[in-house]
Design a protein. Structure first.
Length: 249
């Protein structure tokens, strides 16, 4: 379970309040879509969960019984093994092969000297290969990542996140840099791992129809505030209008 209490974040010495007093709990195995206009705070929200950005003092994020907001650097590295993060721009190492990129998902499980030498165990290689097959790229195992299409690169990023054997995946508009047709491939994979493995998925989406199609639960953000929390069925046109009514300069 993810429990978030009075989560706040401001930028530019408080001039921009990107998140305002967010309180929400996510149950294990939920597939949650976060919607809202550009600038609503979706990326800040997702990144605050695993502290890719530091929330304001007084914010609390718990994963099960561990308070993320209270951890030191080493403890944070450990808990981040359990949280896969998928970026809009894939964030692969272009010069590495598909297998090497996915193996980086195993880094948190190995000693630093072994990592420096690029030594991975047979088990790591099996896990990485398994997820590369699951995302349909087994024939690209030894292809350099910069020779793949954008859609294939994002599938590699999903395999890398899965190779961490996470309990949570956070995905920040994972199809925003892709042809809209590929949205279903990417969300389909996230949904599959959510259903088959019980992984909790939080995904930022700007296309409303995708959110209502894939998510069990939708969180609506507007100017840093969470103004909707409910099922796709509960999200009516009035809610939608309110969520998307704010313009951020
Ligand atoms: P979304 O992902 O919904 O588009 P963001 O979380 O990126 O929203 O941004 C929320 C607000 O915070 C916006 O007003 C944005 O301009 C501001 N913001 C985001 N990142 C920074 C930053 N690094 N420095 C200053 N302001 C930022
Ligand atoms: Mg964003």
């Amino acid at each position: 379970m993810i429990r978030i209490e009075t989560l706040n974040k401001h930028y530019n010495n408080g001039k921009v309040q990107a998140l305002k007093d967010i309180n929400v709990s996510i149950r294990d195995g939920e597939f949650v879509a976060i919607i809202g206009s550009s600038g609503a705070g979706k990326s800040t929200f997702l990144r605050a969960i695993n502290r890719l950005i530091e929330p304001a003092d007084g914010s609390h994020v718990f994963i099960d019984d561990t308070e993320i907001t209270g951890l030191n650097k080493n403890q944070l590295i450990k808990i981040r093994r359990r949280i896969g993060f998928i970026f809009q721009q894939f964030n692969l190492v272009e010069k590495l092969t598909v297998l090497q990129n996915v193996l980086t998902g195993r880094i948190g499980f190995n000693s630093v000297p072994a990592m420096m030498l690029g030594l991975f165990s047979q088990k790591d290689i099996e896990i990485a290969t398994h997820y590369i097959r699951e995302v349909g790229l087994i024939e690209k195992l030894y292809t350099r990542s910069d020779n793949l299409s954008g859609g294939q690169q994002q599938r590699v990023a999903i395999a890398r996140a899965m190779a961490q054997e996470p309990s949570i995946i956070l995905a920040d508009e994972p199809m925003a840099s892709l042809d809209p047709k590929l949205s279903h491939v990417i969300l389909g994979l996230l949904k599959k791992f959510n259903k088959e493995r019980g992984i909790t998925v939080l995904v930022n989406l700007h296309v409303l129809e995708l959110a209502t199609q894939y998510a069990d639960r939708i969180l609506g953000f507007r100017l840093g505030e969470m103004v909707f929390d409910g099922t796709p069925e509960q999200l009516d046109s009035e809610h939608i209008e309110h969520i998307y009514s704010a313009k951020v300069e």
